[in-house]
Design a protein around this ligand. Sequence first.
Ligand code: WQD
Length: 341
Amino acid sequence: MKTILVTGGLGYIGSHTVVELIQSNYKVIIIDDLSNTNISVLDSIHKITGMLPTFYPYDLKNEALVSKVFNQHCFDGVIHFAAYKSVGKSQKEPLHYYKNNLYGLINLLQEMERNTLTNFIFSSSCTVYGQADKMPIDENTPLKKPESTYGKTKQMGEEIIEDFVKAYTKKATILRYFNPIGSHPSGLIGELPNGAPDNLIPYVAQVASGIRDYLSIFGKNYPTPDGTAIRDYIYVKDLAEAHVSSLNNLLNNTQKQGLDIYNLGTGKGHSVLEIVKTFEKVNLLKIPYKIEGKRPGDITIAYANANKAKNELNWQTKTTIEEALISVWNWQKTLKEKEKL
Ligand code: WQD
């Protein structure tokens, strides 16, 4: 049984990926500093899979602790999720973001090199494209300087990995997520926003459950059919499955060295208003909203050309936006029940 280290494995996308890895017969070791999640997620992973992964509540910036984990296990691969991801907070605390997201990555890669390990998968984001000139966005689309420090840490992280692969003859895969949404079909894991959500979908869910009075729709005069911005919303379990496909591809690929980059999206764009109306329709409820000004740094439109992942990883999304938005409301109702306990 191959052993995989998953950093940030108790986070939103990390926990869904850990479940898929275990159910694909991998042994999983988790490092997570719990800065943006809850230890109860470990128990939920246990309930879903019947397996309790070994867990270390460590900060990747702590070299001694990370070394200790690498001394105790022999990893066949590493999937790196652990990073701060709030676009808004990154603008207020850039140095905090650079230190955490970049030094954490560098320390992890140094440990891999110290242990002559290869097979590295990096959680990146379509934010590295900025506002791309043409749609759909493929992996050859020129990158633009991201507006946010969060986005810059993703772009710089990709460059660090490119040098790591070349200098130390490693194999790595960069996965550029579009907009992850939804929760696991079991209803036991999902997004756990810290305070008021930055992102559209968890905010809509909180309006639906009465935690927020209304949704602010940031901008209604974009050059789009209904004037609101368009994104590619990808169901989190489909996204998690792409990580297993990427890992299988790395482990089966006997080539000694190289870097691959894949866009992970549905290939379809939906506007903010379309999302609101679809959420209302499939969940039989109303979402009050107010039109407000554009959010600084937001782009008009982004949706993926995901053919490269389909052709090379034998992976594509299977879940409709309707199904994903039903899972969003199911999870929000679960959170509400938990609060009553
Ligand atoms: C989507 C659309 C908003 C909230 C960012 C990161 C990306 C990834 C996902 C981490 C935009 C509008 C939002 C609200 C709104 N991050 N909106 N009212 O900005 O596309 O992507 O989050 O995994 O890397 O860049 O996602 O959900 O914040 O916004 O109108 O209350 O919804 O203006 O048009 P975004 P988002």
